[in-house]
Design a protein around this ligand. Structure first.
Ligand code: ADP
Ligand code: ZN
Length: 300
């Protein structure tokens, strides 16, 4: 027996994997949370969840969306579609969540994308970007990720954008005082502006740094450069900045001011020169953002 109007979702993160089951409006009917241990353990738990919500596979969902940490193979016609590429997460290189879902639900459309592309689509459907279809979504957390939606579609190419590893202009003094922590590039964006980078530099965790700490000027400086670079390359109609570090809401006015100053009138549109507070914004989807994003990957 097969039925319609059910969708599966998986939010696959570095510390937890969340599975969801939704109706055709994206309302989450059931969900479960699995610690990110080994791929084998996680896949077994994921399958158990979907077996239970689908009445042992007899309710076939219309689609299953997966938002995952990367890097991940997104070549749709490859047998390695959905395979996790080189990652420092032990055991996860070569892991694949798509194939077990395809085996469980033969014929069901399974779409995988980066967690940030998924989050961006979720914000476009239900959150802070419902009126637009060109969008950049940053998450500033343990790492830095960035989703890009162009004309309603997540941007992919050879792999997917790796905006977390943008190079950021820094003064000589700044470079001397902090080397950066990216194992590949030292002081790329993630190497100087992720939560752990802030902690490495200022000793306190980002969540403990008070609003008047100079750390926030450095942080806004790096994030503003990242925004400027995205504005001049992919021309988003809005930039959403989420992730743990973005909970420091005092960052936003600082970033906006620096973006306007640095563009120096060059991208001369009112969205930036007059209404920057509506252009660089926090996300609107709260707790279920990851699952909602995964569902948005497959909802018609
Ligand atoms: P992950 O990237 O692992 O999914 P988060 O997005 O929650 O996790 O990001 C974790 C980082 O966010 C940590 O470095 C933490 O110090 C920082 N963080 C959490 N809460 C806040 C806060 N209120 N203000 C600033 N930084 C925060
Ligand atoms: Zn890097």
């Amino acid at each position: 027996m097969s039925t319609t109007n059910r969708f599966g979702a998986i939010e696959s993160g570095g510390t937890k994997v969340i599975c969801g089951w939704s109706d055709e409006h994206g309302n989450i009917l059931e969900q479960c949370r699995i610690p990110t241990t080994t791929p084998l353990e996680v896949i077994n738990e994921v399958i158990s969840f979907f077996l239970s919500v689908s009445d042992s596979g007899s309710i076939r969902p219309d689609g299953v969306g997966i938002g995952t940490f990367g890097p991940v193979n997104l070549q749709k016609d490859s047998s390695h579609y959905g395979t996790i590429l080189k990652t420092p997460k032990p055991g996860w290189e070569g892991a694949n969540l798509v194939n077990p879902i395809r085996t469980l639900f033969p014929g069901t459309r399974v779409v995988i994308d980066t967690d940030v592309n998924a989050a961006a689509l979720g914000e476009m459907r239900w959150g802070a970007a419902q009126d637009i279809s060109d969008l950049v979504y940053f998450t500033i957390g343990t790492g830095i990720g960035c989703g890009v939606i162009s004309n309603g579609n997540p941007l992919h190419g050879l792999v997917h954008p790796e905006v977390g590893h943008l190079r950021i202009p820094r003064s000589d003094e700044d470079r001397r005082s902090f080397k950066g922590i990216c194992p590949f590039h030292d002081d790329c964006l993630e190497g100087i502006a992720s939560g752990p980078a802030m902690q490495a530099r200022w000793v306190e965790p980002a969540s403990e740094l008070p609003a008047n700490h100079q750390a926030w000027d450095y942080e806004a400086d790096a994030l503003a450069w990242a925004c400027v670079n995205m504005i001049v390359t992919v021309s988003p109609r809005r930039i959403i900045i989420g992730g743990g570090v973005s909970q420091a809401r005092w960052l936003f006015p600082k970033i906006r001011e620096k973006v306007v100053t640095r563009l120096n009138g060059y991208v001369d549109v009112p969205e930036i020169t007059e209404q920057i507070e509506d252009f660089i914004v926090p996300p609107q989807l709260g707790q279920d953002a990851g699952l909602k994003g995964a569902i948005a990957l497959v909802l018609p």
